[in-house]
Design a protein around this ligand. Structure first.
Ligand SMILES: C[S@@+](CC[C@H](N)C(=O)[O-])C[C@H]1O[C@@H](n2cnc3c(N)ncnc32)[C@H](O)[C@@H]1O
Ligand SMILES: [Zn+2]
Length: 271
């Protein structure tokens, strides 16, 4: 198992190994974590999340991403990672339902996907089976990754929080961090339907401060959405929880929408 070499026990920090359907630590207490039927393991214990909103959101994200609308972004992430990373081991920190993790695994990267959402990780593990992707998925928080120090070549943080100090801990010297999130005009046309007044997105405030920035770019492309895609996209954004009924009704009458996607991508190196 390529993935067991970098893992560490979330309780005592010892190395781990897989025996039958469990992950055992090699510490004195032999902590044990069972794999779920879908093939993921819960390394976050009671910290795992899994509310009802979570289910709506994950279903929406699965439907939308499955439509291939963000494929140009997924392709660019894979391309940049191939260009900048010297090695193959990648952590998808806040992997959600594993769309990008499996995509990167398909490109030959050895991927770990971690997320605190149990439903997300369960969907990710199912996706990996469906797509034949050799990725390792675990329920785990990105601020306390179940990985040894300096054990991975790259971390990707896609539309997820940046846990800079933890990413620095698990990256090998010279390792790469790729951060991507909504650019200024991301989904502006969707917001124009939802709100009387729509604003551009603010630049993100949680970018790394103690890593060397190697590159940054903005990727923009246009998406032709039908009513089903419009609704899925809406349900996977934060706007879903903060839109008036009038805004939702306006969107419900929308049969087609040309909508811009705009992602800011940043690449850093651990010196
Ligand atoms: C907007 S979603 C993006 C998911 C995926 N990267 C994608 O782009 O499809 C953000 C994800 O970060 C996860 N997340 C947020 N805080 C986290 C934490 N402290 N530890 C692990 N995952 C976290 C959420 O559960 C969610 O799945
Ligand atoms: Zn242990």
């Amino acid at each position: 198992m390529w993935w067991s070499s970098s893992l560490r026990c979330p309780v005592c920090g010892a190395t781990t190994s897989k025996q039958s359907n469990s992950l055992f630590c090699e510490g004195a207490r032999r902590h044990c974590f069972d794999f779920a039927a879908e093939g993921y393991v819960n390394l976050a214990g009671a910290k795992a999340t899994g509310g009802g909103d979570d289910a709506t959101l994950i279903a929406a994200r699965t439907a939308f991403l499955g439509g291939g609308y963000y494929e140009p972004f997924a392709a660019r992430v894979a391309e940049l990672l191939s260009a900048y990373s010297k090695g193959q081991t990648v952590v998808d920190a806040g992997c959600g339902e594993g769309y990008y993790t499996c995509r990167l695994a398909g490109e030959g990267f050895r991927c770990y996907g971690f997320d605190l959402s149990k439903r997300g990780v369960r969907a990710a593990a199912k996706r990996a089976v469906r797509e034949g992707a050799d990725a390792f998925f675990a329920v785990a928080g990105i601020y306390t990754l179940p990985l040894q120090d300096a054990s991975v070549d790259a971390v990707v943080s896609l539309f997820a929080p940046v846990a800079e100090q933890e990413f620095l801990r698990v990256l090998k010297p010279g390792g790469i961090l790729l951060v991507a999130g909504a650019g200024r005009n991301h989904l502006l046309s969707l917001k124009r339907v939802l709100y009387e007044v729509s604003h551009e997105n603010e630049p993100r405030a949680d970018l790394p401060v103690s890593m060397t920035e190697l590159a940054r770019e903005t990727l923009s492309f246009s998406m032709e959405l039908d009513s089903k895609a419009i609704q899925s996209l809406f349900a996977m954004t934060p706007y879903y929880y903060r839109t008036s009924r009038q805004g939702q009704e306006r969107l419900a009458t929308c049969e087609r929408l040309t909508c811009e996607a705009e992602m800011d991508i940043f690449i850093y190196r651990k010196s």
